[in-house]
Design a protein around this ligand. Structure first.
Ligand code: ADP
Ligand code: NI
Length: 204
């Protein structure tokens, strides 16, 4: 099977797995990461096929999302074998996937893995990042904001993680793309607190 067709098959496979996710890890997150990764790969001289493939697969086996992570990975590897990927390519894809997640604090070795880590982080900031944060928070029963005990609120997540992400990017291309997304998040938080602090004594 030619590579373009293999990538289309991956898209279909990932659609069946993530189409019902309501935690911000839905099919379109995978699609944005895969396609943004491909774009960054061209700019950075990386392998576009390998980068896009890692993008499609990067959240398969995430412990937050799968009850049986090892089974999900084994199943996806079987699928990649069936559509004709070589064993060493499959291993390379999942080696990169294991190291992408921010929460694990690791970094992929390959340029293609680093690019997908960048694309995943770009999708966690900006307007989409804001939307995903509150979707994730809602799905995990987190409060929007709780001034007296902010530890577990979604707004706190911006300070714990999201506002720091632009400093952790690997590629120049992603750093460039991150600037306006980062600024938008800061504007959002300014507006959020301005509205939060607005006096409302006249409301009955
Ligand atoms: P990764 O898989 O790269 O480690 P996460 O799964 O932690 O990333 O984050 C995925 C999405 O979920 C991001 O949009 C992130 O903002 C959101 N998210 C993760 N943890 C929290 C949290 N504690 N509160 C609100 N949103 C969160
Ligand atoms: Ni992701």
């Amino acid at each position: 099977m030619e590579q373009t067709k293999q990538l289309e098959e991956m898209e279909r496979y990932v659609y069946t797995i993530f189409r019902k996710d309501a935690t911000g890890h839905d099919f379109y997150h995978m699609k944005r990461v895969a396609k943004m990764g491909r774009k960054i790969a061209f700019a950075e001289g990386a392998d576009p096929f390998l980068t896009e493939a890692i993008g499609w697969m990067h959240d398969i086996g995430d412990h937050k999302l799968f009850d049986e992570p090892a089974d999900a990975v084994a199943e996806a590897q079987g699928f990649l074998r069936r559509i004709g990927l070589e064993e060493d390519v499959i291993q390379e894809i999942f080696l990169a996937c294991r190291n992408i997640s921010f929460s694990k604090g690791r970094m992929p070795d390959s340029l293609e893995g680093k690019i997908i880590q960048d694309a995943d982080r770009l999708d966690a900031i900006g307007a989409i990042g804001i939307a995903r944060t509150f979707a994730f928070g809602g799905a995990a029963s987190r409060l929007i904001h709780w001034p007296n005990d902010p530890k577990h609120s979604s707004v706190q997540h911006f300070y714990d993680k999201l506002l720091k992400l632009k400093e952790t990017l690997h590629t120049k291309t992603a750093v460039h793309m991150a600037a306006s997304r980062h600024a938008f998040m800061q504007d959002f938080l300014d507006q959020f607190f301005a509205e939060w602090d607005m006096p409302c004594d006249d409301i009955r």
